[in-house]
Design a protein around this ligand. Structure first.
Ligand SMILES: NC(=O)c1ccc[n+]([C@@H]2O[C@H](COP(=O)([O-])OP(=O)(O)OC[C@H]3O[C@@H](n4cnc5c(N)ncnc54)[C@H](OP(=O)(O)O)[C@@H]3O)[C@@H](O)[C@H]2O)c1
Length: 293
């Protein structure tokens, strides 16, 4: 039986990976404080003791706005941490799985980005994540780097508090109409589906850089409207004018799963179908129950 070590196991994606690799694999989870990816000796000590066949790193500095004034902290986790995990995975002869982001792109396009498009980050978070994926590609001969966008699922990204779906439910409570910006387009992705796609790739022995998102793309306003429609909430989501100057965020970051399709390994369905399955299932029900009123 293959042994997979999952770093960031309590996080949004890590917790779904722990579920998806529960059967047929041996899965060991690591998280702060016992394993800090920024400390190479601790990464080495923990992983050498576990001797996994596959190391998955989901640890990240995800606070996009705060990264602008905390550049060192963002690079420490997203670049140095990624490099540390990849180096130790290479020492152990293990496959290194890493997650990248749509924010490596500048968003100045009108068609979904593929793996061959040149990255050009426009903020610190994007730059730190790009540096991380480049270090993984260089340090680990057996790597799998999956770029994804707009994650949601049963476990919110803990540092952000609530996920976008919970924010929409809160905004809509007691309202007939709310307003959200139409400025950004992306491919919102369910963490459970991304975890399942990761397993498909590992079991197929695939390697290299992949885009892995739910198919299609939407604005956050359209996504919010779908959340409310599927949930049976009669609330209209109107377009809101984008705010003035602020943090630079890429405008259009839909990704195309081009390599997944080329290799016949795509299992990601349309964003709306995935959202419907999530919201009408147990995971969505539990998320709603846990959303503060
Ligand atoms: N969330 C999104 O919308 C999104 C979009 C595109 C790409 N991604 C990428 O997808 C991956 C997974 O993101 P996620 O949303 O699952 O993140 P998450 O919920 O924040 O999970 C990350 C986990 O790693 C832990 N962690 C943070 N710093 C660490 C460190 N120095 N050493 C060890 N563990 C550490 C976190 O612990 P604490 O909670 O205690 O800090 C958390 O348990 C990341 O690479 C992220 O950049 C996410």
């Amino acid at each position: 039986m293959q042994h997979i070590a999952i770093i960031g196991a309590r996080g949004a994606l890590g917790s779904e990976l722990m579920k998806v690799f529960r059967d047929g694999w041996k899965a060991t989870g690591f998280d702060l404080p016992e394993l800090d990816v920024t400390a190479l000796d601790r990464v080495r000590r923990r992983l050498e003791a576990a001797r996994p066949d596959v190391v998955v790193n989901t640890a990240a500095y995800n606070l996009v706005r705060e990264a602008e004034s905390n550049r060192d902290a963002a690079f420490a986790v997203n670049e140095t941490g990624a490099a540390n995990v990849a180096a130790v995975a290479a020492e152990l002869g293990a496959v290194c799985v890493h997650y990248g982001t749509d924010y490596v792109f500048d968003g100045e396009t009108a068609r979904p980005y593929t793996e061959t498009d040149a990255p050009r980050p426009i903020n610190v978070y994007g730059a730190s994540k790009l540096a991380g994926e480049q270090r993984v590609l260089a340090a680990s001969p057996r790597h799998l780097v999956l770029r994804t966008t707009g994650l949601y699922g049963e476990t919110p990204t803990l540092t952000k508090g609530m996920n976008f779906i919970q924010t929409v439910w809160q905004m809509a409570r007691g309202q007939r109409e709310i307003a959200l910006s139409e400025r950004e387009v992306c491919s919102p992705t369910w963490t459970l589906e991304l975890a399942r796609q990761t397993r498909v790739l590992l079991e197929a022995g695939a390697g290299g850089l992949f885009h892995a998102v739910q198919e299609g793309a939407c604005t956050w306003r359209e996504f919010a409207q779908a959340v409310l429609d599927i949930g049976g909430d009669a609330v209209a989501v109107k377009p809101k004018p984008a705010g003035g100057a602020g943090l630079a965020r890429p405008r259009f970051t839909a990704l195309a799963n081009a390599r997944l399709h080329a290799l016949g390994l795509n299992r990601m369905n349309h964003w709306r179908a995935a959202l419907e399955e999530f919201l009408t299932g147990e995971s969505g029900r539990r998320l709603r129950e846990r959303t503060p009123g």
